[in-house]
Design a protein around this ligand. Structure first.
Ligand SMILES: Cc1ncc(COP(=O)(O)O)c(C=O)c1O
Length: 454
């Protein structure tokens, strides 16, 4: 279908640009006239983008045995710019007319959508401007510049960047491409579902990471048309649960967001078109805790050799957290939607994942301050093969006798059982021992330490 901006938005003289400060809403994402994207539009998108988008693999995962589910991973982080966002971006640009192509497009994004628009704009010879907020990761800004885009770093957050981009689109007659709610974006994202349906037989459920809802909308329409029995499960972080809030509210509603490992999902309000398109097709929405996302990122690296960003790891996080127990023994597809994670964030995720997994342990032990006291403690760790990463000792603030010293140790164990062995050993040898956030045993249904180290 042809979705065009009203002519006045394209720089018509009727528009008073002074009004644009206030008129920041995108007319293609109108709450009063939401657009429902059709199955036919998705199939048409699949045909039109087939030359520019990879049909990424969807393979059975090593994590299947661990979770007692047949898990299939749709590896869309293997797209050129590292995310599924290329599908919608390519389709939205392919659908521009000659004049719009010449004038160029503009988008506001923190990362994946920006990279996708810049890359495909360059491929198609369409000038691209992206507005990225000041907080955008340097690596992603750099990538957009590598694709020869005009990169504007302005605005303190995404809301401000969006406002600026929208104003520029009017002033410079550029086509504004909303990253999750433009109908062509939704249709383009839905093409991933057509591939999945050809790649995996007898699917019971597809798990979709959800931010503004564009991916969920496209996937749900395509899947339910082809097989209404397949369950569509949306998943989001507890720190940006805007689709769950929309379900409670029976419509998109502003939801305050906090910093999250799943930064790709950090959209405070679900798109109106995305909502209208998807709302009758969603079987379940799952909200996952951050520590499970960190653990899922770790599992993907250790078990699958895949670097997946927080947003893309949310599906596995939901399974590890025991929030999909009804799918035990069933065939479940997880969409690994992106792999663009900063190296520093990845490092922190791995540490958090190890801590959540009970393999990175922090404890305090009060030992004798006489010569050899700390040595004895270190030997005890070594005696059961625990590797010490850091030791700090403290005398001034120790409450017990003056011949004692408190030793804080950060150490690595093989798995949760090994950590329990360490805890029991320390408790049997010392009177004052404490652990920081020692993980709860019940949470370790899917601990794969044994798989890795047996
Ligand atoms: C890696 C990744 N996964 C999932 C999403 C969610 O997509 P949507 O905003 O269409 O719900 C995004 C959005 O940017 C993303 O970057």
């Amino acid at each position: 279908m042809d979705y065009r901006y009203p002519s006045s938005i394209e720089g018509d003289d009727d528009v008073n640009l002074n009004d644009t400060e206030e008129m920041v809403d995108d007319p293609l994402c109108n709450p009063d006239k939401p657009v429902k994207v059709s199955f036919e539009e998705i199939t048409s998108a699949a045909y039109k983008i087939r030359m520019g988008i990879k049909n990424t693999p969807c393979e059975k995962s090593h994590l299947s045995d661990l979770t007692n589910m047949s898990i299939f991973l749709k590896k869309d982080f293997l797209q050129h710019t590292g995310s599924f966002k290329e599908r919608g971006a390519r389709y939205a640009m392919v659908m521009l007319n000659e004049d719009e192509r010449k004038r160029g497009v503009i988008a506001a994004s923190l990362g994946n959508h920006a990279q996708a628009v810049c890359y495909h704009g360059y491929q198609l010879g369409i000038p691209v401007t992206v507005v990225m907020p000041l907080i955008a990761p340097i690596m992603k800004i750099q990538k957009c510049r590598e694709y020869h885009a005009n990169v504007v770093i302005e605005g303190n957050d995404m809301a401000e960047a969006k406002k600026i981009a929208y104003k520029m689109s009017r002033e410079k007659s550029l086509t504004y491409i909303n990253g999750y709610d433009h109908p062509h974006i939704i249709a383009g994202q839905g093409t991933i579902a057509l591939e999945i349906m050809e790649q995996v037989q007898n699917i019971d459920a597809i798990v979709v990471p959800t931010g503004g809802g564009g991916l969920l909308a496209g996937v749900s329409v395509a899947v339910k048309m082809l097989n209404p029995n397949i369950k569509i499960i949306g998943v989001e972080s507890e720190r940006c649960a805007s689709y769950s809030k929309a379900m409670e509210n029976n419509g998109p509603v502003f939801t305050p967001i906090e910093g999250t490992l799943a930064d790709g999902l950090a959209v405070p309000e679900v798109g109106f078109n995305a909502w209208e398109t998807s709302r009758n097709h969603i079987d379940k929405m799952i909200v996952v805790k951050e520590e499970w996302i960190a653990l899922a990122i770790l599992r993907f690296i250790e078990n699958e050799k895949c670097v997946v960003e927080g947003a893309g790891a949310c599906g596995l996080a939901a399974i590890l957290a025991g929030q999909m127990e009804e799918f035990k023994g069933k065939r479940v597809v997880l969409i690994l939607s992106g792999g663009n994670i900063d190296t520093t964030i990845l490092g922190r995720c791995l540490e958090r994942g190890l801590a959540a997994d009970g393999r990175l342990i922090k404890c305090r032990v009060t030992v004798s301050d006489r010569p050899g006291g700390i040595l004895e403690l270190c030997k005890l760790f070594g005696s059961i093969g625990v590797s010490i990463k850091d030791v700090i000792h403290e005398r001034a603030w120790v409450a017990s006798d003056v011949f004692s010293v408190e030793v804080k140790v950060v150490c690595e164990t093989r798995d949760y059982a090994h950590s329990v062995q360490l805890r029991d050993l320390l408790n049997s040898k010392y009177k004052i021992v404490s652990f920081e956030n020692f993980p709860d045993k019940d949470e370790f249904k899917y601990n794969c330490g044994s798989l890795l180290y047996s």
